[in-house]
Design a protein around this ligand. Structure first.
Ligand SMILES: Nc1ncnc2c1ncn2[C@@H]1O[C@H](COP(=O)(O)OP(=O)(O)OP(=O)(O)O)[C@@H](O)[C@H]1O
Ligand SMILES: [Mg+2]
Length: 212
């Protein structure tokens, strides 16, 4: 028996309310219509253990953790997510689309909270190794518009949203810097447009870059 061809790993990144969840469900349908088996997942979370850690990260007061503790929690959740969910799926030939991944740690804990970026690179190497996304779509939207959109979903997961506007400005600039540094892996998509127009760009880029 020949092993299944390994699936592809696509991540969607961006600030609060940028349109990640909306576009992921549309991308899943598009990939399935092209014959792929698709698993959608999210970070922090995406496995039973990582979902438990998620609650510690997205609920409660903003000052609940110092930055380093928060980064370690994100990487602990990420490692469990990869082990339990992402790697087994890729090995089966399933395409995995994740709502956030390590670029969010770099943007939020690094650019947002000021943690040393090379320290985050070292943590990544220790916790994850040399695995990474085949393609990362960075959804970009002015901060005010994103926070207004995110407010429509509210619930208890408001810990990051509750941080000041200047924090979210740094996060947005951080994501754009990540894309500038890694243009082969990343593509920036302007989401200050109608949902349908954004989806056309998302699917076009996935088709061009991954031959989907
Ligand atoms: N292009 C768009 N134009 C207008 N509204 C949009 C657009 N894309 C998404 N929305 C709406 O904005 C809100 C936030 O979108 P969505 O949940 O997809 O963003 P997200 O990036 O997943 O947010 P979060 O960071 O809160 O998880 C939703 O109510 C969604 O319907
Ligand atoms: Mg979402």
């Amino acid at each position: 028996m020949t092993a299944a061809v390994r699936g592809r790993f696509i991540t969607l990144e961006g600030g609060e309310g940028a349109g990640k969840s909306t576009q992921i469900s549309r991308l899943k349908s598009w990939l399935e219509s092209h014959g792929h088996t698709v698993l959608t997942t999210r970070e922090p979370g995406g496995s039973p253990g990582a979902e438990m850690i998620r609650k510690l990260l997205v609920e409660g007061p903003a000052d609940r953790w110092d930055g380093m503790t928060e980064a370690l929690l994100h990487f602990a959740a990420r490692r469990d997510h990869l082990h339990a969910t992402v790697w087994p799926a890729l090995d089966r030939g399933t395409w995995v689309v994740s709502d956030r991944f390590a670029d969010s740690t770099r943007a939020y804990q690094g650019y947002g909270h000021g943690l040393d970026l090379s320290m985050l690179d070292r943590l990544y190497a220790i916790a994850i190794g040399d695995f990474g996304p085949d393609l990362t779509l960075i959804l970009d939207l002015p901060v005010e518009a994103g926070l207004a959109r995110a407010a429509t979903r509210r619930g208890v997961e408001t810990r990051y949203e509750s941080l000041p506007r200047t924090f979210h400005d740094r996060v947005r600039a951080g994501f754009l810097e990540i894309a500038r540094r890694e243009p082969v892996r990343c593509a920036v998509i302007d989401t200050d447009r109608e949902v349908e127009a954004v989806t056309r760009d998302v699917t076009r880029i996935v088709g061009e870059r991954l031959g989907a």
